[in-house]
Design a binder for this molecule. Sequence first.
Ligand SMILES: [Fe+2]
Length: 292
Amino acid sequence: MDIRFRGLHPLFAAEVEGVDLRAAESCDILERVRAGMDQYAVLVFRGQPLTDADQLAFAQRLDGTLHSKTGISALQKSRLGNEALTDISNVTDTGDIMAREDRRRAYSLANRLWHADATFQDPPGRYSMLHARVVPPAGADTEFADERAAYDELPEVVKTQIDGLQAHHSIAYSRQTLGFEFSEDEKEQLKGAIHPLVRTMPRTGRKTLYLASHAFRIIGWPVPDARLLLRDLMEHATQRKFVYRHAWQVGDLVIWDNRCTMHRATPFEDARFKRELRRVTTLDIDRVAVAG
Ligand SMILES: [Fe+2]
């Protein structure tokens, strides 16, 4: 395969041409994709006619262990029959558009807040691979922000201030931001995870912010100070100059590195049109776990 990378943004994100992911099996091709991820952090592959099995197999070949959902089963759809395959859609298990008041819809609306996948778990997510099966005629783009570039542009005084800090992430917090209510039993299941606020990418040595709307406190800090710092960092990290916006076509597979990017969904007419994507996320198991 003659694999080529074409930059989509001045700082990160590239379209990859010349690859059929179903046949991407050689160590050489897979390593070139990983090297592309190290450089660009977001890779777009157009025209990939993947089945669920193809997508799962490619994810395993590229990055090993898959993340399986460990959240609240009542809030997760199960029509795909595989815990490693996440149903990113606005349809029910029978394929109908979800009602506006469907609790699962409200839960997934929080994907419109800037986040990285599974930062509320330990180990968290590393690569996410999202494949477009049905896309609405307008809207529903996904935005990505490069947190390495955002880190690089922080004032030195802020870099010094945040060095060594650890943040506590919980999916309950990001949902509650939108007014979503959990039962006591559900809250008990969603205690979250603690991760460094600044990480170093192991293969490139680049430093990166590690943020998400799931982050709600900084260990050892008063809560209001922590939330203000987290807000300031989120505002800095999501400036337009750090953002690539992806307009989906059927057959797109987009891979992003959750260790050094954030992403968010954007609106579409979800009471009128269907949108169906499948996500597979790998586990960030090389990272040394931080005791909570
Ligand atoms: Fe996500």
